[in-house]
Design a protein around this ligand. Sequence first.
Ligand code: PMP
Length: 423
Amino acid sequence: MMPRSVLSRCARLTQQVPLESARSTRHGVHRGMSSVTIPPPACMLRPLEAPFRYLFGPGPSNVPPRILAAGGRPIIGHMHSEMFGIMNDIKKGIQYAFQTSNNMTLVMSGSAHTAMECAVFNIVEPGESVLVAINGIWGERVAEIAERMGAKVHTLVKTPGGHFTNAEIEQALAKHKPVLFFLTHGESSSGLVHPVDGVGDICHKYNCLLLVDSVASLGAAPLLMDQQNIDILYTGSQKALNAPPGTAPISFSERACHKMFNRKTKPVSYLLDMTHLSNYWGNDGKPDRIYHHTGPVSGFFALRESLAILAETGLENSWKHHTEVAEYLWKGLEDLGLKLFIKDKDLRLPSVTTVAIPEGYNWKELLAYIMKHHQIEFTGGLGPTVGMVLRIGFMGYNCNKANAAMALAALEDALKQCRKSKA
Ligand code: PMP
């Protein structure tokens, strides 16, 4: 309970400012006359409405009450010592989740795209060569990001659902001599989990850094940053971590730090410049943290709680649990006569399952039916997989057999009710 004195102070703070005082003559406006020509919009005078939905797609996933409560706590200043303490805790939580002892571990204030851009902008200088593995949308995105900042982009391409052998990667590294190689661990547009073993070693043999996207896979499929020699790893808050969208953990190896802190040119983005961000996160060894930008305080509270839940659960338990629920879902989907898009079970992403769109059905109609009648979100494909797959995801809090059974029942119902539609 808050003390009475605090409550009454809060009440005073939230009291409406009388309209009259807003019509200040100091601003050249006469008392009694309104200076605004645009009235308050009617929608803003209605309460916020956001329906409950079962978010069983590729993310965001539902946020558990404990994390929502953490995000809903009264905020403190982004430069308060307590906030720095919370950021230090978050850093430790990420080091555990990524399995890294990298000092340069922090959180981007923004969605996972911010982390993608931060990695590319800080590591690569204009004119340098970058190699991007494209087997779905995320490679396409990183190639575009690198191209926009003036890198020489080379691609290694497979159709969605395909993966690259280490020999293919080595051949391309030898040919293009990139400073950075990008690989998506959990390809959420195709449902593939890409093997990472050995890739870091090959990259280092060619003096190249390995950048890995684990947005859709972190906490759901095994990934060990240090043991697998990954130089830059990032993820998002809104998938298996179950925090609201808007923060993105990232970590850089010593090798990556050496490259990014010895560059000749400044990174194109001020906001994403790691010289500043490393100070903001207390990673640069300097005694004081200097204001750079106002971090999303509530987002950091929520992220800390989500990392605490992962630490309590244990990474290995989390991986095992996601696999068990995914296997239950895959069997249920096959029992419905559906075909899984990724044939090899070992290459299926446990967090996001892709189902080939059954013949004779309009995928948009199936999704709309399920949303309308079951309040469940599944999604269609993304980028190159649009029109090819439906995507069903169970991550973190959502990941249990009861939810998977509910999803299967909804899909079965939709397959019956939408039967007559044609793709
Ligand atoms: N990478 C992967 C694998 C993703 O699944 C996503 C989000 N769907 C992103 C990157 C981008 O994340 P965000 O939308 O948070 O920027």
